[in-house]
Design a protein around this ligand. Sequence first.
Ligand code: ADP
Ligand code: MG
Length: 518
Amino acid sequence: MQGRPAGAAPPAIELRGISKAFGPVQANKDIHIRVEKGTIHGIIGENGAGKSTLMSILYGFYRADSGEILINGQRTDIPDSQAAIRAGIGMVFQHFKLVQNFSVLENVILGAEAGRLLKPSVSRARGLLKQLATDFGLNVDPDALIEDLSVGHQQRVEILKALYREADILILDEPTGVLTPSEADHLFRILRGLRDEGKTIILITHKLREIMEVTESVSVMRRGEMVATVRTAETGPPELAELMVGRKVLLRVNKRPATPGPVVLDVKGLRVVDSMGVERLRGIDLQVRAGEILGIAGVAGNGQSELLEALAGLRAGEGEATLAGQPLDMTGQTADGQTRRASGVAHVPEDRQRRGLVMDFFAWENTALGYHHDPAYNRGRFWMDNAAMIRTAQTYMTDFDVRPPNPALTAESFSGGNQQKLVLAREIERSPELLLVGQPTRGVDIGAIEFIHQRIIDLRDAGKAVLLVSVELDEIMALSDRIAVMFDGRIMGERLPEATDEGELGLMMAGMTGKGAA
Ligand code: ADP
Ligand code: MG
């Protein structure tokens, strides 16, 4: 083979000229990539760059429109996932495909043993699980039910499933999105162990730090194209970010130390019980001052959403809260999003598609949503001033670099990142006393992250209070002036960003009080 010393192993995977279109969208354009055997190879790119599509072609979920796949130097046709498994390819999905009320063992065997006697396979699987636990730290109780396992453990079961099917090539699509930092570290240890055993691993991520930490090589995708493949040791985050976005990107936010003023939000003993009777908030006390960003760290599902919703007047709770000394109704009796906004509380919800926008409304209607009682939008008693709303939308969209800046498009016609900018523009431009912001950059490309972070800091510097909820620890560390960690409906403790690290916060996020905890 060209350029390859005689006797050297062919790449575990080689893709030649892979293209795939979904209607008018060219998701993959003439992709060439070689992944060497026994390496961890990263694939990085912004949302929609085509990473998952490419891997789905490799795993037989989609058929390429053109191009060929070589596995260990052999041209291989992969029409379906059975063929992928036969070719030694295993995939760990973004959303696990495990049967919740089956045991670990049952899930590992499921589908792999069609037509065979179950008994031998059960003991074989049990033996293999034991082996893998000792070899790679892949320990999970074989008899535990999936529904009782943490996400980190469920992910291990997915890996075990692939290994049980004798996968030599393992594809992981954004595997750390759902993990705590220590679970992610553990996953990386497992991956390194597997690599050392000669397995080939493809790691898809949009996190530059993970690429730098665990891969040997990295391929960068942008808008359906493969723009570069480089050795990790010979590159760094600035270059990778530039390759991903197509321009230079500031990776760190510019932030002066905070100069906190008086307390804006004061919450005492906030409790929320959900409709199933589960206590989601178990007595939250917190304060946010003017000119300060309080970051709430935590793994998703530990009460952060309920906290934001209760404060935004969208969910009933009990307990006390004041805004600049004035009581806020937390019972849900007189509170709603509208009255909260009128009193100076803006809210960027975590789930912008469901809560933040009306998808089939125009952009200009969306940027007025919740603020349509504003005198600026009303002429006399009955007439809404559409022209004023459109003008305002135009300004917001220009200021927040919403693309395309056209107020007459419906919300659904914008990409996720641009939808987020619409919501942020609506909430931030009114310069609220308190901004409640959930997952401000979820699904947003790194170019836009830089911009959004700067706008949140600008609001703080204008003397406003910001309560930030994010599952991205990097984001919490970069923006917060103080960090509170939530676990199981409680605040585990507070830290100053300069006096803590990801390790300590990660422990607190897992319910363990870090060193020096109060
Ligand atoms: P990534 O994983 O890098 O975020 P994807 O491969 O998921 O990107 O998507 C690449 C492009 O293809 C996007 O524009 C996406 O909207 C589009 N796309 C992906 N899957 C489908 C599908 N099943 N139908 C239509 N369009 C799709
Ligand atoms: Mg994807």
